[in-house]
Design a protein around this ligand. Structure first.
Ligand code: MD3
Ligand code: FE
Length: 218
């Protein structure tokens, strides 16, 4: 049995379809979470967490880092993917193979068999941090899905429609949950409500979310 899914029995059948193209794989990252967090520590030792600035000039409340060939960057000039970390002037740390393989397996399970991520954005939320309503549309190949892994403190995720004003469904995401969204759900608006105060045995006062993306055309 594929040991990337060592907790398969515990999470068997706990897959929810949020909309066509969007699925939550409950608990799928639970068994490997401690290893994943070690790998994230390694990445952030080379590419430290930082509060990026929005194009409007405001600091984001979420601390971010990246790994993979490309990293997501925001500043007064706008949003884009870059092969260098503007803070260090160096390439982003490599995407750890264990993480990349896990994301590919989750995408395949959700119906996207050819996922080849080259960017992983690491979002770190302290209590009070949030992500406002947005679409992920900086990637040139929108046929590729995005895979999200939630670790640490829980959060409430808002899942909207293709227009900013569309109604939103609330989805609770806890430690170990994975969300895969692509196809007709790829451009849906979404947000994360302010993370509530709490303490998690593996992350302390943080929620960590990984998003695996294909950020280049080829
Ligand atoms: C999108 N991150 O980094 S990912 C982002 O939890 C981002 O840090 C969030 O949005 C985070 O751009 C959310 C989870 C997610 C789940 C379901 C979705 C995003 C989705 C459904 C449709 C569109
Ligand atoms: Fe997003």
């Amino acid at each position: 049995m594929d040991d990337l899914f060592a907790d398969h029995d515990a999470s068997l059948g706990r897959s929810e379809v949020l909309a066509e193209g969007a699925r939550v794989l409950r608990g799928r990252a639970h068994a490997r979470a401690a290893e994943f967090l070690e790998l994230i520590d390694g990445v952030s030792a080379q590419a430290p967490f930082r509060n990026m600035t929005t194009p409007g000039g405001y600091p984001m409340s979420v601390d971010m880092s990246c790994c993979g060939r490309l990293g997501w960057v925001s500043d007064e000039r706008g949003y884009r993917y870059s092969v260098t970390d503007p803070q260090t002037g160096r390439a982003w740390p490599a995407m750890p193979e264990l993480l990349r393989g896990f994301a590919i397996a989750c995408a395949a399970e959700a119906g996207f068999p050819d996922f080849s991520p080259d960017a992983c954005l690491i979002n770190r939320y302290r209590p009070g941090a949030k992500l406002s309503l947005h679409q992920d549309r900086d990637e040139p190949d929108l046929s590729a899905p995005i895979v999200s892994v939630s670790l640490g403190l829980p959060a409430t995720f808002l899942f909207g429609g293709l227009r900013r004003s569309d109604p939103q469904q609330r989805v609770g995401l806890v430690h170990g949950d994975v969300v895969v969204w692509g196809g007709p759900a790829r451009l849906r608006f979404h947000a994360v409500l302010p993370v509530r105060e709490g303490e998690h045995p593996l992350t302390g006062r943080y929620r960590i979310n990984l998003t695996f993306r294909k950020a280049s055309r080829t």
